[in-house]
Design a protein around this ligand. Structure first.
Ligand SMILES: [Zn+2]
Length: 281
């Protein structure tokens, strides 16, 4: 499942093809992805200008000049492919349509944006931009990790008294939006916090220290995504995770980069957690 940095990387790579440009033709090849697609979707997209391409948590939002936003969720296997010349030259080569190309957007300027999703865990919807906060997928999401609302005082207050392990508390999308299994493991390692500790029993100072650490691991991953994208013409969730940046995730048994102790893997709420039993208290 792509996490926030992967989604942000996809957003950034789609922006030159989509932002400020009119969708000259939208093609919707099936009635549903994970959930039914909105009615008259192709009609509501065709001819609309994309004013802005934003990200909220793990969702991409394309604000249209109609007052609606196209909400895009990549799910497990969704990919956004950009083909053609996005600078509007004469050279418009698009690959042959593939199976699982569910939504195809031809953009003013010649680029084509294709949503391909073999497993159909992805989602798209059209939502009134001014009412997006009430959309069922977005309502209840906590603050963005890079937003002003997510700060030291907020996190300390939010986790006060919570008996759940700190790892589960940070995965809770009501606490902070967009954090997933990988980057929570990485952030707890850098903060030196044992993922099994009860959130409410960790000193406020140590909880506060998590805020800049969370931003740091996400920023580094976004930067790594940007550099891996330079080598690829296509915007794709398939670019994968930026593994070279991981210090603990998926490194069970490997030596801790700080102290050399073999890293451990445990299962918390059905998901793997990786940590250093010596550095993380
Ligand atoms: Zn260590």
């Amino acid at each position: 499942m792509p996490e926030l940095p992967e989604v942000e990387t996809v957003r950034r790579s789609l922006a030159p093809a989509m932002e400020g440009r009119v969708i000259t033709q939208a093609q919707v090849n099936r009635p549903d992805l994970r959930w039914p697609l909105p009615e008259r979707m192709a009609e509501r997209l065709t001819g609309r200008r994309v004013e802005r391409l934003r990200r909220r948590s793990k969702y991409i939002l394309a604000d249209l000049d109609s007052g609606e936003s196209l909400l895009i969720h990549l799910g497990m296997s969704g990919r956004m492919l950009v083909s053609g010349d996005m600078l509007g030259g004469f050279h418009h080569d698009h690959p042959a349509p593939q199976k699982h190309d569910h939504v195809v957007l031809d953009m003013e300027g010649g680029a084509r944006v294709t949503f391909n999703d073999a497993r159909r865990f992805g989602a798209m919807d059209l939502v009134r931009t001014d009412r997006e906060a009430a959309h069922w997928l977005l309502a209840g999401l906590g603050p963005e990790p890079f937003g002003n609302e997510f700060n030291e005082d907020y996190l300390v207050a939010r986790l006060k008294g919570r008996a759940t392990p700190i790892k589960a508390a940070l995965l809770d999308q009501h606490v902070v939006a967009g954090l997933g299994n990988i980057y929570v493991s990485e952030a707890l390692f850098r903060a030196g916090i044992d993922p099994r500790r009860q959130a409410g029993r960790i000193a406020a100072q140590r909880i506060a220290a998590l805020v800049p650490v969370i931003r740091e691991v996400l920023s580094e991953a976004i930067a790594a995504g940007g550099s891996s994208l330079r080598d690829h013409r296509q915007a794709s969730g398939e670019l994968g995770y930026f593994q070279h940046a991981f210090r603990v995730y998926d490194r069970e048994g490997a030596p801790c980069v700080t102290c050399g102790t073999p890293l451990k893997r445990i299962v918390q709420s059905g998901r793997s957690t990786f940590f250093c039993p010596a550095c993380q208290k």
